[in-house]
Design a protein around this ligand. Structure first.
Ligand code: ADP
Ligand code: MG
Length: 255
């Protein structure tokens, strides 16, 4: 059924996410100053930009961890800012992975993955476990199902966090600097999992400083600067020949 829905959405040309005129302030600090962008089904969009430019706030507005001051976030054609939208239901189909893994430390790997689907009545225990084993295998952790989550390395914890999000069968995955807290030698194992997810057709919005990932895996790159999208476009173009001086200055630190 999900596939049919995706096919219909794709056929109608309607983006999965459409952000329109999004504004958000914290006190007198205006963090998002009118953001517009779209994410199509199956697309990988990376968001890059300096610390403090509003990247996390933008992601958090997409799944309503923050309430926008004004503007719209359309998801599946429904305006999340509309009080009549079934926000909880919609939010259940958005997975989020943070820099810090936020695993339940007193639970083993399997229980970390089954807790939310069972609590939110998405499926019964046996089905939740089946799904968890499948997603844990997909992130290379089939042998760690019974391990206490505290026994894992950072890269393994982040892969559990990804598997856990996938167990809710999301239509959209949001990643907020998923490798920033990891030692350099294990960043690759998490990026590989994300790359697999992308090639499997998952719609993803990824905030990252991993410019190789942004350049090679994403369909579109968004460069944020001081609360606005200063430039967006094709990764090859943006990385080789950024139009905006601000994007050029930012990227020069990485290239
Ligand atoms: P980025 O992810 O690009 O580093 P953020 O979206 O986290 O940027 O933050 C943008 C600005 O908003 C920063 O100056 C940050 O300190 C501020 N900010 C973020 N969240 C809050 C909050 N809950 N309360 C007050 N200020 C915040
Ligand atoms: Mg951030």
């Amino acid at each position: 059924m999900a596939e049919n829905e995706s096919a219909r959405g794709a056929a109608s040309g309607e983006p999965l996410v459409r952000v329109e005129g999004l504004r958000k302030s914290f006190g007198s600090l205006e963090v998002l100053k009118g953001i517009n962008f779209e994410v199509n089904r199956g697309e990988v969009v990376t968001i890059i930009g300096a610390s403090g430019s509003g990247k996390s706030t933008l992601l958090r507005c997409i799944n309503l961890l923050e309430t926008p001051d004004s503007g719209h976030v359309w998801f599946h054609g429904e305006d999340l800012a509309n009080s009549r939208a079934n926000v909880n239901k919609l939010r259940e189909s958005i997975g989020m992975v943070f820099q810090t893994f936020n695993l339940f430390n007193n639970k083993n790997v399997l229980d970390n993955c089954t807790l939310a689907p069972v609590m939110l009545h998405k499926c019964d225990k046996a089905e939740a476990e089946r799904r968890a084993r499948e997603n844990l295998a997909a992130v290379g952790l089939a042998d760690f199902v019974d391990a206490p989550s505290t026994s894992l390395s950072g890269g393994q914890k982040q892969r559990v966090a990804i598997a856990r999000a996938l167990c809710m069968q999301p239509d959209l995955m949001l990643f907020d600097e998923p490798t920033s807290a990891l030692d350099p030698e294990i960043v690759g194992e998490v990026l590989n999992v994300m790359r697999d997810l992308a090639s499997g057709g998952m719609t993803m919005v990824v905030v990252t400083h991993e410019m190789d990932f942004a350049k090679n895996v994403s369909d579109k790159v968004v460069f944020m600067d001081k609360g606005v999208i200063a430039e967006e476009g094709d990764p090859k173009q943006l990385f080789t020949n950024p139009r905006q001086p601000r994007a050029r200055a930012f990227l020069s630190r990485y290239l």
